[in-house]
Design a protein around this ligand. Structure first.
Ligand SMILES: Nc1ncnc2c1ncn2[C@@H]1O[C@H](COP(=O)(O)OP(=O)(O)OP(=O)(O)O)[C@@H](O)[C@H]1O
Length: 293
């Protein structure tokens, strides 16, 4: 398990991270979300040791990180680090060697990863000749070459089409299933909903949530989605009903009790047709919007 303990960081007088503490469990995919400028990249760079924290510590399995332990990290930075004009395989072999692999091992690891990502036929192509999705896969392959103990990825899904998103998701899930902590940032909340096991939410450099996805979803009051044959505006005047949204005949509400839910169902049926009356399970996108409000 990777843990941040009260990490703070300022640039001049701008405090970018304030007492940031969270966990990235092993064997789980952890999503890291927050608005532009919230502090995600800064946090990841501190985890990687590319930037120093002013205060606080980062530990892996309880041991504070030093430059000796960080080489086992895999990192995909926001500013992608590969050379567009160089052949894919040459760059991967070179990076593998930088991580201490012998040339032959680096080449065989690189080819193994490329074939796992369906790119074995593009090994000799220049990076720039690949589609964005395939370039992104090569970037991830570069971060996996040395079989890292921790994987940190800055927006690995940005700019990918749905097929490439699926491929990237299965690569990350596969890697996490080895027991490795995987942390990735993303602005795609719908994707996080299906992908992550654990979610960390950051806003203005402060952590607002650090929980399993299931706990976060169940932390929200249960809601009901109602669709009627006519305008649902009357629900606003009913005691015990909290209206979250009404749009013509459709409403999203919460009830103060099951008794209220049953009373409203009966009232709705008296008034006309009821096409939907169902419990609505909040998505992580709903939870995120609720928490940052
Ligand atoms: N080297 C730096 N010098 C000064 N300010 C910086 C530096 N690096 C980051 N910042 C500031 O820190 C804040 C957080 O930036 P950061 O890149 O960590 O946010 P982010 O959550 O990754 O944003 P995005 O989603 O847009 O990538 C921003 O206000 C940014 O301008």
């Amino acid at each position: 398990m990777l843990e941040l303990h009260n990490v703070s960081r300022s640039f001049s007088d701008h405090q970018v991270l304030q007492d940031v503490s969270f966990t990235v469990p092993g064997g789980a995919l952890t999503g890291f979300v927050g608005a532009n400028g919230a502090g995600k990249t800064t946090t990841m760079r501190i985890i990687m040791g590319l930037l120093a924290a002013n205060t606080g510590a980062v530990t892996l399995n309880g041991v504070e990180l030093s430059s000796d332990t960080r080489p086992n990290f895999g990192y995909m930075p926001e500013e992608r680090g590969l050379y567009p004009k160089q052949p894919v395989i040459d760059q991967l072999v070179y990076l593998g060697q930088l991580h201490g692999l012998g040339r032959t091992t680096a080449r065989s690891r690189a080819m193994e990863l490329l074939s796992r990502f369906g790119l074995e036929n593009r090994a000799k192509a220049k990076l720039e000749s690949l589609s964005l999705g395939n370039q992104q896969r090569v970037q991830v392959a570069a971060s996996l070459l040395h079989e890292p103990d921790v994987l940190i990825l800055d927006e690995p899904f940005s700019g990918l089409d749905p097929i490439a998103v699926d491929a990237m998701s299965s690569i990350l899930r596969d890697y996490a299933s080895r027991g490795v902590p995987v942390l990735f940032s993303s602005h795609q909340l719908d994707l996080l909903d299906v992908l992550v096991d654990h979610l960390v939410i950051i806003q203005n450099g402060k952590i607002l949530a650090d929980s399993s996805a299931d706990d976060l979803r169940s932390s929200q009051a249960s809601r009901h989605r109602i669709s009627l044959g006519s305008d649902a505006g009357w629900l606003r005047n009913e005691p015990g009903v909290g209206v979250l949204d009404i749009s013509g005949p459709d409403a999203l509400v919460n009830f103060d009790s099951e008794t209220t839910a049953q009373r409203i169902l009966a009232r709705a049926m008296e008034r006309g047709s009821v096409t939907e009356f169902s419990i609505y399970r909040p998505s992580l996108a709903d939870v995120y919007r609720e928490i940052i409000r």
